[in-house]
Design a protein around this ligand. Structure first.
Ligand code: SF4
Length: 236
């Protein structure tokens, strides 16, 4: 006898395609599988902002606010050729800076932040980059996320987990957080992921968000994390 799906049954079938609500806290074995899966996918992961020094990384990260890394990488070669370090940047004329970084958006404020940060670094830290969240977040244009990027990428210091738009989206899809706002997501991630993995985890998740787990149409069918992901099948 043929089975004809009722309206209610059809609704249930459709609902199964939505992200499943993951158990909280996530099982340590599932978290470990996700970390191992990311490591297999992206063993050579690094921050994708082009730079040669920690000062240049700080500047590039300031510029990356509300902007893609690709766009930042298009403007920084000319910017760093002219102003390679804190001393040169502190003496930059604002109109020159604005012209060089205009395409990254919010360029007037960003130009002030670059110059202000360079001046503070010179005045208070001898032109060097301080190595704590508290000190870095006192610099103009440097919020917690920027400070964590610099500490982790330039110095290997894990003081927090970088939660950008990719980490925010993937942490939710992978069931590694119960939260939706950035601060609470970072707290959840810091709870379920070992500190030694914080730096690589955020870089790898950002890479996965750019290459596979796209915001609009994640490629779940080819995603090697699908067996550990409560949202697998999201693209259908
Ligand atoms: S692509 Fe799909 S399976 Fe992979 S992490 Fe994203 S939602 Fe999960």
């Amino acid at each position: 006898m043929p089975i004809i799906a009722s309206k209610a049954a059809r609704k249930v079938t459709k609902a199964t395609r939505k992200p499943a609500r993951a158990r909280w806290p996530p099982e340590p074995t599932r978290v470990r599988s996700i970390l191992e899966g990311l490591e297999e996918l992206y063993p050579d992961v690094d921050c994708e902002l082009a730079r040669e020094t920690s000062f240049q990384l700080l500047c590039a990260t300031i510029l990356s606010a509300q902007c893609t890394d690709d766009r930042v990488n298009q403007v920084t070669p000319a910017l760093f050729a002219k102003f390679p370090d804190a001393e040169a940047m502190s003496r930059a004329a604002l109109p020159t800076l604005e012209k060089l970084i205009r395409s990254t958006g919010f360029y007037r404020q960003k130009a002030k932040n670059l110059k202000g940060t360079a001046r503070t670094l010179l005045a208070e830290y001898g032109g060097e980059i301080p190595r704590s969240l508290a000190e870095l977040t006192r610099l103009p244009g440097v919020a917690r996320k920027t400070a964590s990027v610099v500490l982790g990428t330039a110095f290997g210091l894990a003081e927090g987990i970088v939660v950008d738009t990719h980490v925010q989206r993937l942490a939710m899809r992978l069931g590694l957080t119960r939260a939706t706002d950035v601060k609470a997501i970072e707290q959840d991630l810091m709870q379920v992921i070992s500190r030694e993995d914080w730096i690589r985890f955020s870089h790898q998740v950002i890479w996965h968000g750019r290459r596979v787990c796209f915001a609009r149409k994640p490629a779940c069918q080819t995603c090697t994390l699908a067996s550990f992901c409560p949202s697998a099948g999201l693209e259908t």
